[in-house]
Design a binder for this molecule. Structure first.
Ligand code: GLN
Length: 450
């Protein structure tokens, strides 16, 4: 803990990955644990972790990087946080993010723009950019992120870390501030696949407080990974749609090298197709914004956070608190989301998106009939310069092309580092997708390749 805090002190002025640091209490906790001696029953005994600021930690600010939650301090722990604490992890603080997890660069935070530790003029990715930058810079050994459309995997790729989005329902969402409830999943960002397996084992499992949590026991992923040495018997599917046009050469080359390494380790590689990929961005942004507009209705200036002091009538209270409390990207999404759900447009947009979502999911089910894991780049390009896309939301949305289908399908996916780009010198991330509840397959593949 002391080493991580020293690292935080040295790197934080440039990185700004952390929104709230609980330095003193983390040290106190560590000292007390040292005095009591190690507890082998606790899988994460003494491991310093950071938590994305969308996840509730009792008595710590939880702002979602939004002004509207500026002074919000929850009185309870999210289930995943409760489980981390029970496993002996030490919480260092809360990590920066795009406001309400809306973005792909962490530039939408109301408080700070996080820098990429590999090149501080570039973004760390988003929305879990603070978590990814912190793990990559050694500020902590693991961090929790959330992934609605790539927000764990894309920042992991940009910062050279491992990041896994579990199957929908694997990890309880109780205590996570909802963005797109049918898409959101909490997952770890770590340096290695083994660390991800340890974290995932701890946070997984059925939770009666989340009605979408899957009623199945959580496997010991760490044990399932033990002894993994080669990839004999594994069939990897390469979707044409993820390897063609629009992907930077250095990204394709980095991922291709990893696929070649997998072949050398005994894997069989087959072509597969995810033909509805071109519709993924449109479908995702309709579903996600619709759900967001509904979820964010609860921030009304009455129950949580910012309340416009000048409001006189109830309507003014809503209007002023919400228009001042929410940042521009969040407001844009509430407006679009409300539009696609409104009478007369629901059938044209939301219903149609829900139908296409089904087709996107079917693509994956068909592909998994031919292979065990699916593999492709996490992002079409490496980390981009701060400011490059912040004025162009559509461009930013389009950059999510390779991560969002998986959330629409509810399946697990992982991003792992595959070296540095030949042109940019920046980390390149490769994704592995697995069938529902088979996180072990992608973790094992990542471990062997890593
Ligand atoms: N970039 C996507 C969005 O802005 C994904 C974000 C996420 O996964 N939370 O919606």
């Amino acid at each position: 803990v002391a080493a991580c805090l020293a690292r935080i002190e040295a790197t934080e002025p440039k990185l700004r990955a952390i929104l709230h640091l609980g330095a003193e209490s983390a040290l106190e906790k560590a000292r007390a644990m040292d005095a009591a001696g190690p507890d082998p029953a606790k899988r994460l005994w003494g491991v310093p972790v950071l938590i994305k600021d969308a996840i509730c930690v009792a008595d710590a600010p939880t702002t979602c990087a939004s002004k509207i939650l500026e002074n919000f301090v929850p009185f309870y722990d999210a289930t995943c946080v409760e489980k981390l604490k029970a496993a002996g992890a030490i919480l260092l603080g809360k990590a920066n993010m795009d406001e309400f997890a809306m973005g792909s660069s962490t530039e939408n935070s109301a408080y700070a723009v996080t820098a990429n530790p590999w090149d501080t003029s570039r973004v760390p990715g988003g929305s879990s950019g603070g978590s990814a930058a912190a793990v990559s810079a050694g500020q902590c050994f693991a961090a929790l992120g959330t992934d609605t459309g790539g927000s764990i995997r894309q920042p992991a790729a940009f910062c050279g870390t491992v990041g896994i989005k579990p199957t929908y329902g694997r990890v309880s969402r109780y205590g996570l501030v909802a963005y797109g409830s049918s898409l959101d999943q909490i997952g770890p960002l770590t340096r290695t696949a083994d660390d991800a397996a340890a974290m995932l084992t701890v946070i997984s499992g059925h939770d009666p407080r989340d009605s979408t949590s899957a009623p199945r026991p959580a496997p010991d992923f760490e044990a399932l990974l033990a002894g993994a040495g080669d990839l004999r018997g594994l069939t990897i599917g390469l979707p044409d749609e993820y390897w063609g046009e629009g992907v930077d050469d250095e990204v394709r080359a980095g991922c291709q090298e990893a696929v070649d390494a997998a072949k050398a380790l005994g894997a069989t590689v087959v072509p597969v197709s995810l033909p509805h990929t071109p519709y993924a961005v449109a479908t995702y942004y309709i579903v996600a914004m619709a759900e967001a507009s509904s979820n964010l209705a609860r921030f009304d200036g009455v129950r949580y956070g910012y309340r416009a002091p000048e409001a006189v009538t109830l309507e003014e209270l809503y209007e002023l608190s919400r228009s001042k409390g929410f940042g521009p990207e969040v407001r844009r999404r509430i407006v679009i989301g409300t539009y696609v759900l409104s009478a007369g447009y629901y059938d044209a947009y939301y219903r149609k998106a829900a139908q296409v979502r089904r087709l996107i999911r079917q693509d994956f089910l068909d592909a998994f009939a031919k292979c065990d894991v699916i593999c492709g780049p996490t992002s079409p390009f490496a980390a981009f310069p701060i400011g490059q896309m912040s004025g162009d939301p559509l461009q930013m949305y389009l950059s999510d092309i390779f991560t969002i289908s998986l959330n629409l399908a509810g399946l697990p996916g992982l991003s792992m580092p595959v070296g540095l780009g030949k042109d940019s010198g920046l980390p390149i991330g490769m994704q592995l997708f697995g069938p529902a509840f088979d996180e072990a397959a992608i973790l094992r593949t990542a471990k062997v390749l890593g």
